[in-house]
Design a protein around this ligand. Structure first.
Ligand code: F6P
Length: 538
């Protein structure tokens, strides 16, 4: 595309320009390079961009028709071309009176019907009206799911912990490693435990294995017979037949639809465990937050469109700086699972190397997304961010106030945020040799103590981590990922890359247990299987 070539020429012209120079030449960028969406303020002044860069990036977005694909998504067109599906997570937070059609049928009434059923169920559990098989109220909820059926609700449960009912124990099990379920069940009473089995397809081996194990645990408990399952298991799925086959009454199933991708699903029925924890009202506040950013993405002009901007910045570093990674560094303990959630959202969506027409791409697509909450990361891997040889653009996410009612015995919040601001400054501006020398550092140490800086960051600042703000943040990243997929011309909504491993695992398992021959196994894996069997005494 000529727009891509124009950006390449512009990148050459920028050369090794430093953020120090960009600020010296244009002090107004601190004010100008900010955008507000809902409660979120995005400061991108510490990005390696000029007005010209931003203009050229917007030209690229327009040449790639990001807006056209966005509108097609919101209209319910089948933009997930390899699976021939609509992509309508935005309908999950549409208001009751909205009309969003899939194949000529308005899906909004169904969305609200399920939300209403979820709300009634969540209230019944929270109010002790939904009792276990012995008549005791539910005290613990165990969500069994994996990937999009785990990461979203688990992340949001942590994020909104201050809003949760503390007398209800909510736990998440995902790994097929029996240790996960074992630990989750530790100390729980089967008579007061509700299992929420979350699986879009209801065929995922990890989830079904854990769900069967949980069922056995219930059945082996005093008075636990088949009728107990009805009181202790509910399902979240699109596949009623498989839910029934497992033994869960489909009247205890909360439905969603094939136009909701797994990694885009936690605001659907997949959020039931979260809703039980925070209550339906808070859940709806979260949906309002999502919706606010959806509307912004749909209507804000390109210059002020936050998801567009974030997406374009990622394209800029991947395409023209060969950046391989992107760090998301939340300065909030409650966002401990935020980056893990974004890993699936981003990497399962945009970790592709085939364009929408099936041709190999010859440009960078999705980055390696990683990060953990500050300030912990500062004492672990930030060394590489500051002085390593790799360029890792980062998002610093912080909040002006600690969550309301949180005890703060020693002014921790200001100190936390001082660290966020300090990291943004140090990454961008570094510390020059002259500055190091002026501190009287011994000559031999000077080169080691210079910080090159010029590491780009976006700072995302919101007043407080509320349910609505969480919804806003997630929608912001969902649409950022969308923008990048549109520009890279890939299908962000399939995930064929996870299939091969699943198929091979199914083939290898009998070799581990029964010692059967596995056709087509490579010599290295054959030797490992043999060693494993010996170690297990088989
Ligand atoms: O990892 C592949 C995947 O299909 C994800 O996209 C999905 O979120 C996860 O598995 C779980 O799938 P399901 O909800 O069908 O159990």
């Amino acid at each position: 595309m000529p727009e891509w070539r124009a950006l390449a020429a512009h990148r050459d012209a920028l050369g090794d320009v430093h953020l120090r120079d960009l600020f010296a030449q244009d002090p107004g960028r601190a004010e100008r390079y900010g955008v507000q969406v809902g409660d979120l303020h995005l400061d991108y002044s510490k990005q390696l961009v000029t007005d010209e860069t931003l203009r050229l990036l917007r030209d690229l977005a327009s040449a790639a028709d990001v807006a056209g694909l966005r509108d097609a998504m919101f209209r319910g067109e089948r933009i997930n071309i390899t699976e021939d599906r609509a992509v309508l997570h935005t309908a999950l937070r549409a208001p009751r009176d909205a009309v969003v059609e899939v194949d000529g049928e308005n899906v909004v009434p169904e969305v609200h019907a399920v939300l209403d059923r979820m709300s009634a169920f969540a209230e019944a559990v929270r109010g002790g009206k939904w009792a276990g098989h012995t008549g005791l109220p539910i005290r613990a909820v165990v969500n069994i799911g994996i990937g999009g059926s785990d990461l979203g609700p688990a992340m949001a449960y942590e994020a909104l912990r201050p809003y949760t009912r503390r007398d209800l124990d909510v736990r998440f099990v995902s790994n097929v490693d029996g240790a996960d379920l074992h630990e989750a069940l530790h100390g729980l009473d089967p008579a007061t435990t509700l299992f929420v089995v979350a699986s879009k397809t209801f065929t995922t081996i990890e989830t079904l294995t854990n769900a069967h194990a949980a069922k056995r645990w219930l059945l082996e408990s005093p008075g636990g017979d088949a009728s107990a399952v009805a009181k202790h298991f509910v399902a979240l799925s699109t596949n009623a037949a498989k839910v029934a086959e497992f033994g869960i009454d489909t009247s205890h199933m909360f439905e969603f639809w094939d136009w909701v991708g797994g990694r885009y699903s936690y605001d659907s029925a997949i959020g039931l465990s979260l809703m039980i924890a925070i209550g339906p009202d808070r859940f709806r506040e979260m949906l309002d937050g999502f919706r606010l950013v959806d509307e912004h993405f749909r209507t804000a002009p390109p210059e002020r469109n936050a998801p567009l901007l974030l997406g374009l910045l990622g394209v800029w570093y991947g395409g023209f700086f060969d950046a391989q990674a992107h760090a998301v560094l939340p300065y909030s303990h409650y966002l401990s699972r935020f980056t893990a959630y974004l890993q699936q959202l981003d990497m399962e969506s945009n970790g592709k190397s085939t364009d929408r027409e099936g041709r190999p791409v010859d440009w960078q697509t999705g980055p390696v997304v990683w990060g953990t909450p500050g300030t912990n990361g500062q004492h672990a891997y930030y060394q590489l961010l500051h002085q390593g040889t790799k360029l890792v653009p980062a998002d610093l996410v912080g909040f002006a106030r600690p969550v309301a009612g949180l005890g703060e015995l020693a002014g921790q919040h200001d100190l936390l945020m001082a660290n966020l601001f300090a990291q943004g400054q140090a990454l961008a501006f570094g510390k020059t040799e002259e500055e190091v020398r002026a501190e009287g550092v011994p000559d031999a140490q000077v080169p080691h103590r210079v910080f090159p800086g010029n590491r780009p960051t976006t700072t995302l600042l919101a007043p407080e981590l509320t349910p609505s703000v969480l919804g806003q943040l997630i929608a912001l990243y969902e649409h950022k990922v969308f923008v990048q997929g549109a520009i890279w011309d890939i299908d962000s909504f399939d995930q064929w890359g996870v299939e091969l491993g699943k198929v091979l695992a199914k083939r290898i398992e009998p070799a581990l247990t029964e010692g059967s021959e596995v056709e087509g196994l490579d010599p290295s894996t054959t030797a490992l299987v043999a060693r494993y069997r010996t170690l297990r005494g088989r």
